[in-house]
Each structure stands twice: as C-alpha cells, then as structure tokens.
Design a protein around this ligand. Structure first.
Ligand SMILES: Cc1cc2nc3c(=O)[nH]c(=O)nc-3n(C[C@H](O)[C@H](O)[C@H](O)COP(=O)(O)O)c2cc1C
Length: 355
C-alpha cells in the first residue's frame, strides 16, 4: 500500500504534531533554469497549494522534495479547532465533474491504487493555531527553504458576530500584515472555502465585497505580492466580474479551490455529518479548473487587466500542469496529490525543466 504523508485516520492535531509521515530518503533534485515568480527567482513554478503544509515541519519536508512554491495552510487571527473526523475521504467519481449539475458524490468503496486517478473530498473548517504560535512558525518555515523557493502564507479573516463587512476587512488585513512581517514572500488571501458557512467562505461570489477587500489588503501590504484564492465559477460572466473587481488590488488570483458538492457515505448519510457541502478535489475537477483558468487569462487579455493566474485543481500526473501552462497560468500548485505522491514535483522537473 502506498504511503500517505497526511494520516487521514488521525486528527488534524495529530498530523500537526507528528506529521508529515514521509518515510523515504530525500531525493536529489535536478537543477532547472531559474524563472521569475512575482519578483522572485524560482527553480520552478510548481508548488503545494494551501492544504497539507500545516506548519514549518511540513514546509521543510516538501521543500526538500523539490516543490518550489510552498503555501502555508490558511491561518486566522485567533485559534480555531478543526472539525471532527473524517476530514478527508476518497470519493467515487466518473472521470469529470459536471459543472452544470449539482450531482451528489459517494465515498469510494476501495482506496484507488493509482494516485493519478484519485478524486477526494475535504472538510476541515479552516482551523488555525493562535497567532502567537503561527507567526513564530512562519518565520521558522521561511528559514527552512532552499535557494529558488518561495513561501506563500494563506490568510483568512474571521467575521465577528456583531461586526459587519468592516470588521471582516480589518481582520483580513491584520492577518495579512502579520504573515508578511513573519517572512512570507507572498501573501494569499483566501476568499473562498466550500465547507465554511460564515461570510469568509464566499467573498469571491460578491464582486463589490471582493473589490473593497482587495484594495484594503493592497493598502495593508504596500510592498508584498498579494494573491487572492478564489472558488470555481460555473458562470464565465461572474468570473469576469470577479477578476475586474480585484484588478488593481491583487497581483494574482489562485484559481480554483475545491468545487462544492454533497458527499454521501455507504449508509446514504452525509459523510461529514452536519457539513453537507464540501470541497471536491483531484482528478474529476481538472477539466473544470483548466477551463476556468483559460477563461480568466482570456478575460485579462481582452479587458487589459494586470492579474496573473496561479492554477490549481486536479493535477495528479506528470503531464497535467501542461494544460494549465498552455492556458496561460503563471504557476501551478497542487492540493491533494502531494500527500499521495510526494515525488511528483521531482518527476515533473525531470520531464519539464522549463516549468
Ligand atoms: C488537506 C487539504 C486542506 C485544504 N485546506 C485549504 C485551506 O486551508 N485553504 C485553502 O485556500 N485551500 C485549502 N485546500 C484546497 C486546496 O488549496 C486546492 O484548492 C484544492 O485541493 C484543489 O486542488 P487539487 O485538486 O490539486 O487538490 C485544501 C486542500 C486539501 C487537500
């Protein structure tokens, strides 16, 4: 059986304290020509998306495995526990998710043998360590990187029960400043989370709120590159409105987060209990992600927007980033697959040193 560096049978806390469960020896990484990535020189524009890099130990492990754009999992301005287990399950799925239909998915009866065929569902609720812990740990993580690598720190604002949009904006900006002060090369503001029901999970669906938040973040971070993480758009016009809204504030958009769907277990009940809608990732979302990225790049060209797009969604095999780069992506990051196939970036760099 293949190793999983994130133990899905253990709690988030266990994985934070004891992970990553990587047992191999670290490979030597092929030298590749340097490329520009938001002002930094990187070995490749391939990386790990906000997801399994829970802390500096995880960042160090994946930096040694040759991923060059390393995203520290989303942090908040106060501590927040993870949702109870399960947090991550494999799902049965036909090859491609139908973006026009709100189909219900089912948990896989068997663990797929081939990581390249995996579609999965996650439901964590964007947990966070208290800022006193993550601010020190981000600094530690930055110190672990090798030459030609960058640390992206993903942040999210937390709405106050008595506060409106203004308090959410303030909180986002506070986290972004802390991340930058702690040593983030790039800050990523998360405007989307498929399993969080409060306002911070769906900012990207509201162009007005996205515009106000992006420009406040720009003011808070005058000299640190700023990315915004967005959910998937099934409607091209809404994608265009979102890009227009954040242009001028952000330097780039990370497209896409998990695609929201309901997932049932063998007993026909929602597998994540109260959280019916969760994020689908992996193989089945790749065509939808490529089509969003291609539409976004076209939109920037036709409207003269200055945003770059960092692609994410369903990369599971060596050749998959090609469709994103061909569509005009500036970089490609991976969410779920680094857990199952930690040597994937190494093989990608051997086959495509130009990436
Ligand atoms: C274990 C796990 C946790 C995740 N947590 C976050 C998160 O905290 N913030 C975020 O923006 N995206 C999060 N994601 C979503 C990924 O960044 C990515 O958008 C998604 O997995 C789709 O990419 P994939 O198909 O390559 O997995 C998470 C993904 C995984 C696998």
């Amino acid at each position: 059986m293949r190793m999983e560096t994130y133990r899905r049978d253990r709690s988030y806390r266990w994985n934070y304290d004891h992970g990553p469960s990587f047992r191999g020896s670290f490979p030597s990484i092929p030298a590749t020509p340097r490329k520009d990535f938001f002002g930094a020189r990187v070995n490749s524009r391939l990386g790990v998306a906000a997801g399994i890099l829970l802390n500096s130990k995880w960042v160090e492990c994946y930096s040694r495995l040759g991923f060059d754009v390393l995203t520290y999992k989303t942090v908040r301005s106060s501590g927040r526990p993870c949702y109870p287990l399960p947090n991550w399950v494999f799902v049965e799925s036909k090859r491609e998710l139908d973006v026009g239909a709100d189909e219900i998915l089912r948990t896989a009866r068997r663990r797929p043998r081939d990581p390249a065929a995996v579609t999965s569902a996650v439901c964590f609720g964007m947990p966070s360590q208290p800022p006193g812990v993550w601010r020190k740990d981000v600094r530690r993580a930055r110190g672990k990187l090798r030459r030609g690598q960058v640390l992206v720190v993903s942040v999210v604002g937390t709405p106050r029960e008595d506060g409106g949009e203004e308090s959410l904006v303030e909180d986002f900006c506070r986290c972004a400043r802390w991340a930058s002060e702690a040593g983030a090369d790039i800050v990523e503001a998360n405007f989307s989370c498929p399993n969080v029901c409060t306002a911070e999970g769906s900012v990207y669906q509201d162009p007005g709120a996205s515009a106000r938040l992006a420009s406040a973040l720009r003011e808070a971070l005058p000299s640190t590159p700023l990315l915004i993480k967005s959910g998937h758009f099934s409607d091209r016009r809404r994608l265009g409105s979102f890009y227009q809204a954040v242009d001028g504030g952000a330097d780039g958009v990370v497209l896409v987060n998990g695609v929201s769907r309901r997932v049932l277990g063998a007993d026909n009940k929602p597998v994540f209990g109260a959280f019916e809608r969760v994020g689908i990732l992996g193989k089945a979302i790749h065509p939808a992600a490529v089509s969003n990225v291609a539409a976004a790049v076209r939109c920037c060209g036709s409207k003269g927007l200055e945003l770059e797009t960092i692609a994410v969604g369903g990369v599971t095999g060596v050749e998959d980033p090609g469709s994103f780069f061909d569509a005009g992506a500036r970089g490609v990051v991976m969410g779920g697959v680094p857990m199952l196939d930690p040597l994937l970036a190494l093989r990608m760099k051997e086959s495509h040193p130009e990436w």
